[in-house]
Design a protein around this ligand. Structure first.
Ligand SMILES: Cc1cc2nc3c(=O)[nH]c(=O)nc-3n(C[C@H](O)[C@H](O)[C@H](O)COP(=O)(O)OP(=O)(O)OC[C@H]3O[C@@H](n4cnc5c(N)ncnc54)[C@H](O)[C@@H]3O)c2cc1C
Length: 407
């Protein structure tokens, strides 16, 4: 019977352990937290967006996003749904393709996995940090604080550095590097952004819907509509998380990053101009701040006027056509420079990681070291928001588990 060590008890490790143990292997899982699956519990605001019904390599970033294609095909949605039934987990499929446990509680996912891996006979060593992995002849030596154990195969499923408060480490990169694997620089993703402006912190707590345009080195790269929320450090909200991978990568590669907010995206510029002119002509005696509050949140109106260099107390009728044009322009395209991300502590995931160039995407085995496997976020693959990160973790974990048990 093959002796397999799985380093990391997260999504990919649990799936690999279960798959390998069900196929008859002797599986030991090492997890340095007090329990497995901490990120599963924290995911999707405690609801766990477990997968998406539609997925392709275009939902991922990395040096070679197409690396994911084979794994995603092996674990198509209906296969995954059947698998979930096999561990006693029912899914709630939303109209946009996002799936959650029917209980609406991430805990259900973890309970189902824990009971399935225990039934399959996986040995789980929690509060056990793996400090080194080496290979002598055909055997791997896995070192923990007080032990050295021998295995035929090892899976590195240690995840990324994102959310260190949940136990995330960079250990997987260190292990991989020692075996000669290339590590592509890591950067936070699905993360809030820091802004450089004199006013964003004064709008902290203000939430609205906007279209966010990501601008890199002066060129518009992506447009996303959704919630934005000003904060003391800068800006957050779903639309910001959605542009954050490209923004973070650009910052990381020393490109200039800014965002433009369209506060009323449902109107084109001509309609917006028309609306503002009509609004202003119906309340000519109002001060401009009061008038703008009919269109956009009051606090935003205050600082938008400041950026337009228009006094809040100016009466609407006293505004020049140039000032009205400036206001219309800012409502449709209010620019902020982005200086940084809010960091790994606040990021859901990480870009970069173990280069996929030396991993066989049909087996998840290293092409440099026989018997060494990788799965999940430790690899240079990062998904969009919407269940895609778990999607790849389950898919790559399943392939690794199957292959490790096979040979
Ligand atoms: C707050 C939050 C919300 C999220 N929500 C979603 C969501 O709704 N949908 C989605 O698709 N994705 C979501 N994600 C991302 C998703 O959780 C990860 O992509 C996924 O967990 C990656 O799985 P993994 O197995 O690769 O790594 P992880 O789940 O991070 O597991 C790695 C494990 O390895 C352990 N470990 C690390 N080093 C060692 C060591 N040396 N020895 C022993 N153990 C070690 C860690 O403690 C950890 O338990 C969210 C992430 C966060 C932080």
């Amino acid at each position: 019977m093959k002796k397999i060590a799985i380093i990391g008890g997260g999504a990919s490790g649990l799936m690999a352990a279960l798959t390998a143990a069900r196929a008859g292997s002797d599986v030991t899982m090492y997890e340095h937290n007090s329990g497995v699956g901490k990120k599963i519990l924290a995911s999707g605001n405690g609801r766990c967006n477990i997968i998406n019904t539609t997925v392709s390599y275009e939902d991922y970033a990395g040096a070679d996003p197409q690396f994911v294609t084979y794994a995603l095909k092996q674990l198509g949605f209906s296969y995954f749904e059947k698998f979930c039934h096999s561990i006693g987990l029912l899914l709630d499929i939303k109209e946009d393709g996002r799936c959650y446990p029917l209980s609406n509680e991430a805990k259900s996912v973890l309970i189902a996995f824990k009971s399935a891996v225990s039934d399959a006979g996986v040995r789980i060593c929690t509060e056990t940090i793996v400090s080194a992995i080496s290979k002598k002849d055909t055997q791997f030596i896995v070192e923990t604080d007080n032990n050295k154990m021998l295995y035929d195969k090892v899976l590195i499923a240690t995840g990324s550095e994102a959310a260190p408060q949940l136990g995330a480490t960079a250990d997987g990169y260190i292990f991989a590097k020692r075996f000669g694997h290339e590590i592509l620089p890591t950067y936070p993703s699905l993360v809030q952004l820091h802004l450089v402006s004199k006013n964003h912190h004064k709008m902290a707590g203000v939430k609205t819907t906007a279209e966010v345009t990501l601008i890199i080195d002066g060129k518009s790269k992506e447009k996303i509509q959704g919630d934005i929320l000003f904060a003391a450090y800068g800006i957050s909200g779903l639309a910001i998380l959605d542009i954050s991978q490209k923004a973070s990568y650009a910052l990381h590669t020393k490109q200039r990053v800014s965002i433009a907010l369209n506060l009323l995206p449902r109107y084109d510029r001509a309609t917006l101009t028309n609306m503002i002119e009509k609004l202003f002509s119906s309340v000519p005696k109002h001060d401009v701040h009061t008038a703008l509050c009919g269109l956009i949140p009051a606090k935003i109106a205050t600082y938008l006027l400041e950026d337009a260099a228009i006094s809040l107390s100016s009466t609407v009728s006293s505004l020049s056509p140039k000032e009205i044009k400036k206001l219309t322009h800012l409502i449709g395209e209010w620019k902020f420079e982005v200086s940084d991300t809010h960091g790994f502590k606040h990021a859901e995931v990480s870009g970069g990681g173990v280069s996929t160039a030396h991993i066989n995407n049909k087996t998840m085995e290293s092409t440099l070291i026989e018997g060494l496997y990788f799965a999940g976020e430790v690899l240079d693959i990062v998904g969009r928001r919407g269940g895609y990160n778990f999607n790849f973790a389950w898919a790559s974990g399943m392939i690794a588990g199957k292959e490790m048990a096979k040979k």
